[in-house]
Design a protein around this ligand. Sequence first.
Ligand code: DGL
Length: 281
Amino acid sequence: MNLPKGGIAFFDSGVGGLTVLSSCQKYFSGGVFYYYGDNARAPYGNRPDSEILAYLREAFDLFAHLKVKAAVIACNTATAVAAEKLRTEYPFPIVGAEPSVFPAAKGGGEVFILSTKATYQSERYKSLCARVRARYPEVRLRSYACEKLAGEIEKTLPDLDFPLSEFLPVGNPSAVVLGCTHYIFLKKKIEEFYGCPCYDGNDGIAKRLVSVVENRDGRPTQPPAPTYPPKKRFFRATRTKKFRLKCIFVDNARFFRLFFLGSGKKKNVKIYEQMFISIKK
Ligand code: DGL
C-alpha cells in the first residue's frame, strides 16, 4: 500500500498533538491526515534545541516527500524551538502552537502558564509574555516549567492515574494556560485542581489551519462523495507493516483517512488506537 499524497500533516513529540488533530478535524469535511508522533523520543521538553530541530527535520523531510498541503506543529515545544527555521526550509505552510496567554490574561488576576522547560526557556515564549504584559499591564503572569509532566502523561496513558500535586505548582490562580498539548488530556482535572478555567490553543490552531488551507487551495477542503449514510460513525484501525497504523474514521458522512507515522513503533500504536477512539467519543 502506498501512502496517499497531499494530505495535512500533524507533528508532536508524542500523543499531545492528538488533541490538536481532533480539534482541527471538526473544521474539515474529510480528507487525508497524517499524524507523526515521535513517541520513541518523547518527551522533548528537556532536550537541547539542536536535538529537537534535528528530530523535526526527520519528520518534515517525510512531509515534504508526501507533498503535504500544510503541516501543523501540534507541539508548543517544537514550535518554540523550530517553527521559524522550518518555515524557511520547507515549501508548504506550517501552523504552529503557542500558549494561549492572551485570552487567559484578558480576565486579569494571576495567570499560571504551564509548559515544558524548552518552551519556558525559549525566546519566542519570552517575547509572547512581554507582548501580553504590554497589553494587560495589570495581569500577573507566573511561568512554570513542568519538567516531568509530559513524560508522565506519555507513560500513564490512557488512564492518567497519578497525583497531580506532584507535578503542578502550588497556588491559587485565576486562570491557567496549558502551554503543552500533552496537558490538554488533563484539562478537566487541572481545572478541578485549581478551581479555575484552563486555556488551550487548539481551536485557534484549527482556525488558522483552515485559513491556510483555504488560501492555498482557493477553496475549503472538499468532502469526498458521501458514500456513507449520515449519522453513521465508525472507526477502523488496521496495522500495516510499513506505516504502523492506518485509521479510517467516518463521522456523519465525513470520511477521514488517518495515517500514523513516526518513530514510536509498536509501543504506541495501541495507545494511538485507544486515545483516538476516546477523543472521538
Ligand atoms: N506536546 C508537547 C508540547 O506541546 C511536547 C511535550 C514534550 O515532549 O516534552 O510542548
